[in-house]
Design a protein around this ligand. Structure first.
Ligand code: FAD
Length: 456
């Protein structure tokens, strides 16, 4: 999220160490309580399943599905904050079905195993002279997991991963494999953002573009200036986003364009130690938050990085947090963000982590966040050691008033009835899901809640 000016690190660290008591208990790890244990990236979702499987091919997966009793859930990189994955019955990882399988240089497509992490896939794309159209800000998610939740980056003309698909293989709970492409209409559109509720994806084919290199510029400025820049430049800049610090009224802006200029040297690894420290101090001494957020203009280094697209997209997120994100219609995004920031400021909320603000193009998925309309995504983060409900409960109604659609992989409180108001494709999705999995084998408690199916 931030690259810290190394010369200023020691000074800032000393200032903040003086500002707050530092001794915090270690991160609480959920007690497994059984031989098998799963938890997501931030630790807010846990499960102790009866069985966990790692099939290496479709035949092995089919056997597992045939033998499984109770709920079956697949997990990818376990980077979702919402309850899409956990079940106490059967959990399956397709990590063993990873890597590029084939590509077509004329059509600019590439097909991958579902467990391929974005980072591996984009590096393999590079080797064949292709790149993904866009990427999110980390690359540790699996391709199938990222597609299932419409994971996105930023760029007014660039779609989410759900909008980059040419085709896929989907295994139903009965073990039948469906080869899907745009010609399959609503079924393909549903599978492009499936929440893992329709079947198990065993291959994904992406529409790529010729390999490109990027220049990424980080600037720090006042929050108002960042909003004005976004409004003025978003349709002239390939990838534009900013991180807003509402209580300090500051922002970190990232401006990314294609380039032919030479690569910059690899950046010195940043441990994110100062971000952790700032979060710890803010949590314990909330009256310091405005001052610490103002100080980002001092300790965040303005820098330029250049290199292959997949190298420049990937960021490091080593300080855990929990997150809520809503996507509102693009032309309402800044107005909605202003209200969210005003709420955080007026209520003097105890949060140091910035709000990420991004634009994404419309896609044709049935229930993705960008279905049929370009979106402005507002991502609110809370430090992992802090209780997050106070913050999320305060800002969620604002984003809902702007016809916000929650990110499927992030925290929200919407149910099937309220989701139907913002997702015109939800009813068709539910019908298709019932046809593919009439017994609801793939439904855990969270999916039942958001899809309006009775509890098991
Ligand atoms: C640090 C961090 C940064 C993030 N940055 C971004 C970002 O920049 N943009 C953004 O949009 N989101 C972002 N996210 C959210 C993340 O991209 C999504 O939650 C994504 O779905 C996680 O992918 P995963 O591989 O970890 O999947 P998981 O969380 O493991 O699973 C997600 C869903 O995919 C399903 N699934 C997985 N594999 C399959 C399969 N083979 N077949 C069918 N269903 C399957 C699961 O059942 C589940 O429903 C971020 C999350 C974190 C923790």
């Amino acid at each position: 999220m931030m690259t810290i000016n190394l010369q200023r690190r020691a000074l800032l660290k000393a200032m903040m160490l003086g500002a707050g008591a530092m001794a915090l208990p270690g991160r609480l790890l959920a007690n497994a309580g059984s031989a098998l244990h799963w938890q997501n990236w931030s630790g807010n979702q846990v499960a102790s399943p009866e069985a966990m499987h790692f099939p290496m091919d479709e035949d092995a997966l089919r056997q597992i599905l045939k033998a499984a009793s109770g709920t079956v859930r697949v997990f990818g990189g376990s980077h979702s904050f919402s309850g899409l994955v956990p079940t106490d019955h059967t959990m399956i990882s397709l990590e063993g079905m990873s890597g590029m399988r084939r590509h077509n240089a004329d059509a600019l497509t590439a097909s991958f195993g579902p467990g391929t992490r974005i980072g591996m896939a984009s590096a393999q794309n590079w080797e064949i002279g292709q790149s993904f159209m866009n990427e999110p800000d980390i690359n540790l998610q699996s391709l199938a997991g990222a597609v299932a939740t419409s994971t996105h980056g930023t760029g007014t003309s660039l779609p989410s991963l759900s909008g980059m698909l040419a085709g896929m293989r989907l295994m139903t709970v009965d073990g039948e494999v469906l080869e899907l492409s745009e010609a399959d209409g609503d079924l393909f559109r549903a599978a492009c953002a499936s929440l893992g509720a329709l079947g198990i994806v065993t291959e994904l084919t992406f529409k790529n573009v010729p390999a490109y290199r990027l220049q990424d510029e980080t600037r720090v400025m006042g929050l108002r200036d960042a909003m004005d820049l976004m409004e003025r430049e978003h349709d002239k800049t390939r990838n534009l986003e900013f991180f807003a610090f509402p209580r300090g009224e500051t922002a970190i802006v990232k401006i990314t364009r294609t380039t032919d200029e030479p690569d910059t040297p690899p950046a010195e690894a940043d441990s994110n130690e100062l971000l952790e420290l700032a979060s710890d101090v803010s949590m314990k001494a909330p009256w310091l938050i405005p001052a610490i957020q103002k100080a980002v203009t001092f300790f965040v280094e303005e820098e330029i990085r250049r290199g292959p697209a997949h190298v420049i997209y990937a960021q490091k997120r080593s300080v855990p947090f929990n997150e809520m994100e809503y996507t509102v219609p693009l032309d309402k995004g800044l107005e909605c963000l202003e209200e969210v920031c005003a709420k955080i400021r007026n209520d003097r909320m105890n949060v140091f982590f910035p709000i990420e603000f991004r634009y994404t193009a419309a896609d044709n998925s049935l229930i993705g966040m960008f279905r049929g309309r370009p979106g402005a995504s507002i991502s609110v983060h809370q430090y992992h050691r802090q209780e997050y409900n106070t913050l999320f409960n305060a800002v969620e109604p604002i984003m809902q008033r702007y016809e916000g659609r929650p990110h499927w992989g992030k925290l929200h409180t919407m149910d099937a009835a309220s989701l139907a108001n913002v997702h015109p494709g939800l009813e068709t999705f539910r019908t298709l899901r019932r046809q593919l999995d009439p017994q609801g084998k793939l439904l855990n408690a969270h999916l039942r809640h958001i899809l309006g199916e009775p509890a098991a």
